[in-house]
Design a protein around this ligand. Structure first.
Ligand code: ATP
Length: 247
């Protein structure tokens, strides 16, 4: 177990109107000695990022753009993104009744379209930056042209406005509890939680993780956060990152 708490409440929230990226700012703060539990939030990002150098777009003032700094838990660092995804899925469900799907490893979908993405980076000075971008209030047309068919907003699916502050608080409350559990080596709640929202298990997928290419049936989240896949020959592979496409 880490000597210091993983980074649970009380959160220290630092809010900016504009940042290049909440993850980048959090990593800079970590470098300067910021503590676990620091939360960096912004109304808009000028250089929001996804995985593999991809861009994360936002509609200014309408999205939750936030990064938390945490100590990596000793035995389940692979579940930090899962804890964030689960907290966001539950907060969405609690505020709207809508049930998002978690698409391994880092996306949340509503109505089959992407409503949120998660990016964990680091360590920097012993801390991991776990960032999330959630499309909260708006319409897909508020996003760049190329995303209008694939992205959605919670309010668009729920049919009503969401209190952004209440959403952030609900997410952070849940995240704090899950991080605490991971810190104590109790990962079952997080794993069972993401399995409840998982949209891949039992589906035919195509997955690319580095040089590994797998086509088969997704078996679901493993206890350590990897995705189990069974190919046509019956071989099982555990992916620890990568890109999954539903066939
Ligand atoms: P994919 O979503 O294609 O499976 P990925 O999960 O690896 O890829 P991320 O790194 O999580 O993608 O996020 C970056 C991608 O998400 C971008 O390439 C773009 O397609 C999409 N995207 C960017 N901004 C948004 C947004 N606000 N809402 C929904 N999707 C977005």
């Amino acid at each position: 177990m880490p000597a210091e708490p993983i980074g649970c409440p009380p959160w220290r929230i630092i809010h900016h109107q504009t940042l290049d990226s909440t993850n980048l700012e959090a990593l800079r703060l970590a470098q300067q000695g910021a503590e676990a539990g620091t939360v960096v939030a912004a109304d808009t990002q000028t250089a929001g990022r996804g995985r593999l150098g991809r861009k994360w777009a936002d509609a200014p003032g309408s999205c939750l753009l936030m990064t938390v700094l945490v100590h990596p838990p000793a035995h389940c660092a692979g579940l930090l993104g899962a804890a964030m995804a689960l907290a966001a899925a539950e907060a969405t469900s609690a505020l709207t009744g809508a049930s998002p799907a978690i698409k391994w490893p880092n996306d949340l979908l509503l109505g089959g379209r992407k409503m949120a993405g998660i990016l964990a980076e680091g360590p920097r000075n012993g801390l991991i930056a776990v960032g999330i971008g959630v499309n909260v209030n708006g319409d897909p047309d508020d996003l760049p042209y190329g995303l209008r068919e694939t992205a959605t907003f919670i309010s668009h699916e729920a049919g009503h406005h969401i209190d952004l502050h209440a959403f952030r608080q609900s997410l952070l409350d849940r995240l704090g509890a899950y991080l605490q559990a991971l810190d104590e080596g109790q990962s079952a709640g997080v794993v069972e939680g993401v399995r409840r929202f998982d949209c891949l298990a039992g589906r035919a997928i195509h997955a690319q993780a580095g040089s590994t290419l797998v086509e088969g049936i997704a078996l679901g989240w493993l206890d350590d956060g990897r995705l189990a896949v069974r190919d046509a020959a019956g071989n099982e592979t555990a992916l620890d990152g990568g890109e999954v496409t539903l066939i």
